[in-house]
Design a binder for this molecule. Structure first.
Ligand code: HEM
Length: 137
């Protein structure tokens, strides 16, 4: 059977490390400043939530759904102004996090398009017109 991305990252410990590395990158990288300031000063809770969400999204146990009963990412992000710039900052942090946890090159390449799609789904601004969401849940 083919390994899931969850398996390729080393299962629970690997995906937890990815979520932590993601927010640590956001905290550290100057180029992620615009999205860092949208978040709380303490990132512990959001690290847990991203870990739980990614666990299911990457093919492991659907922890977020089990705990919170599911999420509409579009609605959850509606209070934040997310355009291409913010989307790309998020993707930059994820790219950095994947490198830091030692994700295999094959996985990093294969994950690019799915991560782009999910981040673009959360986008709710068009940079040219400042128009609102074109996406639904
Ligand atoms: C595209 C740029 C994105 C920005 C700027 C962004 C920003 C945010 C912010 C500001 C919060 C609230 C944090 C808080 O309560 O302190 C949040 C929550 C969250 N985000 Fe994102 N996000 C983005 C993309 C994504 C993507 C692509 C995913 C999933 C792969 C995701 C997963 C989550 C989850 C699971 C939560 C917690 C929701 C909850 O339970 O309240 N985000 N995000």
């Amino acid at each position: 059977m083919r390994q899931t991305p969850y398996d390729m990252l080393g299962g629970e410990a690997g995906v937890r490390a990815l979520a932590a590395a993601f927010y640590d990158a956001m905290d550290r990288l100057e180029e992620a400043h615009d999205i860092r300031v949208m978040h709380a000063a303490n990132l512990d809770e959001i690290k847990d939530k991203l870990f739980e969400y990614l666990s299911g999204w990457l093919g492991g146990p659907p922890l977020y759904r089990q705990k919170y009963g599911g999420i509409c990412l579009t609605k959850a992000h509606a209070p934040y102004a997310i355009g291409e710039k913010e989307r790309d900052q998020w993707l930059r942090c994820m790219e950095e996090a994947l490198i830091e946890v030692g994700a295999p090159e094959e996985l990093r390449q294969a994950a690019k398009v799915p991560f782009f799609r999910i981040a673009d789904t959360v986008r709710n601004r068009r940079d040219d017109t400042a128009a609102s969401s074109a996406h639904a849940c």
